[in-house]
Design a protein around this ligand. Structure first.
Ligand code: HEC
Ligand code: HEC
Ligand code: HEC
Ligand code: HEC
Length: 292
């Protein structure tokens, strides 16, 4: 009797392990780039956009796969309940994707142009609703090191405190880059904006950086030093420095508008001409500055 129990116990035990292993293999394979990008979907264009984006190749040499961004818990270690949720999510998505593959494919240029905006919006709102769960599975916003890390920690700290995240408010073209950004030579701000920025600058920054931005206690913010710091960088990098560490140095807290005004003044002083529209929110800061 005991022998039978042991025998069947072992058989059930082993097949249970095998079943879990097979399920998990299927879960992993159906989130892989090979599967999502080529095997089953008509994903040529999203795949090409992904190849041009920062998550396919980057200075760290760490690649994020389709599933790690698009499927909850693939970028973090799921608990048992989360794993069940993951299976449900995948079953639901999988069924819909198969239906779309045959009935509403996005393989041709026209189909893609027609559906892209809707697909993008759907995924954007999924992330917003779920507090950017997949992004935060990889990115711990308190763990920055290296150049400008103080700024990066400061800039994300309010989000961490409030536990609400909207990465796209400041970071665009994160998963897929369809058009490589080109540096503009100005036109980001209005002249009025630069003059309100000048007032703030003279009152709160000039004592360290000089009335004419020539430097003093802090570095010069003009000409060669400016180019060295920000040539080819995103406007976002300049803004982050001002609204983060420099506001702290100045003993101030800026509204987004005030810090954008100061950015405008610095752009103007570095020969990047004004345009007709004001720099109004952080979404506009993904543009690149000219490298020389
Ligand atoms: C780093 C995270 C990330 C990775 C990796 C990633 N995506 Fe995306 N994907 C996004 C984001 C974010 C959006 C929403 C578009 C946006 O706001 O830029 C998106 C949008 C999409 C869309 C909707 C159309 C569009 O581009 O707006 C499809 C389809 C898509 N992804 C498929 C894939 C496939 C297939 C892969 C792997 C080959 C993949 N994604 C890899 C983050 C990612
Ligand atoms: C699998 C892990 C992983 C996931 C998931 C992931 N990232 Fe990343 N992300 C990385 C790595 C690795 C880098 C490159 C870091 C480097 O080069 O130092 C990176 C780079 C970035 C950068 C800097 C690159 C740039 O061009 O500005 C931003 C911003 C970013 N990720 C935001 C996001 C957002 C938003 C999401 C969710 C849609 C996301 N990440 C999902 C791993 C991930
Ligand atoms: C209020 C604006 C803002 C929001 C919202 C925001 N970030 Fe950032 N983030 C910044 C700034 C500014 C930098 C510094 C940019 C630079 O140095 O070029 C930065 C840098 C980063 C970097 C490092 C990039 C690099 O090249 O070193 C990563 C990764 C990143 N953010 C991820 C995220 C993620 C993930 C979210 C959402 C959970 C998020 N950020 C939300 C403003 C923001
Ligand atoms: C108490 C002196 C002080 C004040 C006030 C101050 N800064 Fe700075 N600033 C510095 C120093 C020192 C650095 C060099 C980097 C560092 O220490 O973080 C710097 C760096 C910078 C940088 C370049 C960042 C880099 O990494 O090279 C910019 C841009 C900048 N400051 C702008 C401003 C603006 C705009 C204000 C006013 C809102 C301001 N600063 C207020 C001292 C100051």
């Amino acid at each position: 009797m005991i022998r039978w129990i042991l025998l069947w116990g072992t058989v059930f035990g082993l097949s249970g392990v095998a079943l879990v292993a097979v399920t998990n293999k299927a879960v992993i394979y159906s989130s892989s780039d090979a599967f999502c990008g080529t095997a089953c979907h008509s994903m040529t264009r999203p795949l090409a956009g992904y190849h041009q984006g920062p998550h396919f190749s980057n200075p760290a040499g760490v690649r994020a796969s389709c599933g790690q961004c698009h499927i909850p818990y693939d970028s973090s270690h799921a608990t048992a309940t989360q794993y069940v949720k993951l299976l449900v999510f995948k079953a639901d998505r999988g069924a819909r994707d198969v239906w779309f593959e045959y009935r509403k494919s996005i393989a041709t240029r026209e189909e893609w142009d027609q559906r892209r905006e809707q697909l993008r919006t759907e995924f954007d709102s999924y992330l917003v609703k779920n507090n950017y769960i997949t992004c935060r599975g990889c990115h711990s916003l308190e763990a920055f090191g290296g150049p400008r890390s103080r700024m990066k920690v400061l800039i994300h700290q309010d989000m961490l405190k409030a536990n609400t995240f909207d990465c796209f408010q400041c970071h665009q073209e994160i998963g897929h880059v369809y058009e490589q950004p080109v540096a503009k030579v100005g036109g980001w701000y209005t002249a009025e904006q630069a003059s309100s920025g000048e007032k703030l600058y003279q009152a709160q920054c000039a004592n360290c950086h000089g009335e004419k931005l020539e430097g003093g206690g802090g570095p010069s913010l003009k000409g060669a030093t400016w180019l060295q710091m920000y040539g080819g960088a995103k406007l976002l990098t300049v803004w982050g420095e001002i609204t983060g560490p420099m506001a702290q140095y100045a003993g101030a807290t800026y509204t987004t508008q005030q810090s954008l005004d100061i950015v405008s003044y610095l752009l103007q002083q570095n020969g990047l001409p004004a345009g007709s529209q004001p720099l109004a929110n952080t979404r506009e800061l993904s543009d690149l500055l000219p490298a020389k």
